[in-house]
Design a protein around this ligand. Structure first.
Ligand code: BG6
Ligand code: MG
Length: 219
């Protein structure tokens, strides 16, 4: 195994709750009520695709021009940025810091494949940017998760073959992206109906020895 590619929201830090809060406020302002069950569908999905899903859910797909939709998405992001403004290294999920150190010491490359345009800001706030050998810029992608493009791009940026890499995700769309790109998939708390090569309940279970053991088994 030569690299581990991380999702951000829900794997490195628990920003999913802030995304939900900001979307709930925005949706409510245009008369759409969303709950946590619906929110599961938004995990791993880009900002604009998330807005489209919310509009569809509320039966308002054709009610806004592109310009208005851009403004709505921007409005959600401003709210979200306020919620993440006070993030600190204490917000790194359990086990992640140690796991990143283990990977670094073992000479295994580390990548970020997050749909979030706020990714670099969050890594800086968590003070873990220095661990990353490559970060995919989601603005340059043609398709979002579940399309494999983002994980395929991460391995290509590292000049590695997907089968030599593992990807870690908490979202259904993200696991599908990893599987389709041909990486070894690690699912953190993902539902049973989606296949993950190694399924764990919490980031605390992430260790290099554990990952290597499961990775070898697949080969
Ligand atoms: C993903 C989140 O990581 O990033 C989604 O799981 C979010 O909920 C997406 O919509 C895009 O994030 P941002 O920060 O660019 O709006
Ligand atoms: Mg996620």
């Amino acid at each position: 195994m030569k690299a581990v590619i991380f999702d951000l929201d829900g794997v490195i830090t628990d920003t999913a709750k802030y995304h939900f809060q900001a979307w709930k406020t925005l949706a409510s302002a245009i008369g759409i009520q969303i709950d946590e069950t619906f929110n599961e569908q938004l995990k791993g999905i880009s900002r604009m695709d998330s807005l489209e899903r919310i509009l569809k859910f509320g039966g308002r797909t054709t009610d806004f021009s592109n310009e208005e939709k851009n403004r709505l998405a921007e409005c959600k992001n401003e709210d979200y940025r306020k919620l993440i403004a006070s993030m600190t290294p204490d917000d790194v999920l359990p086990g992640i810091q140690k796991f990143l150190s283990e990977l670094k010491e073992a000479g295994i490359k580390i990548g970020l494949a997050s749909a979030s345009k706020n990714g670099p800001f969050i890594l800086d706030a968590l003070k873990i940017t220095h661990f990353f050998d490559t970060i995919v810029d989601p603005a340059k992608l043609k398709k979002g998760k579940p399309d494999p493009e983002i994980f395929a791009t991460a391995t290509a940026q590292l000049n590695l073959q997907p089968y030599n890499c593992a990807g870690i995700e908490d979202a259904v769309a993200g696991i599908q992206s990893i599987n389709e790109a041909g990486l070894f998939s690690v699912g953190v708390g993902v539902p049973d109906e989606v296949h993950a090569d190694w399924r764990i309940n919490s980031t605390e279970a992430l260790t290099l020895s554990g990952l290597k053991k499961h990775f070898k088994k697949k080969i």
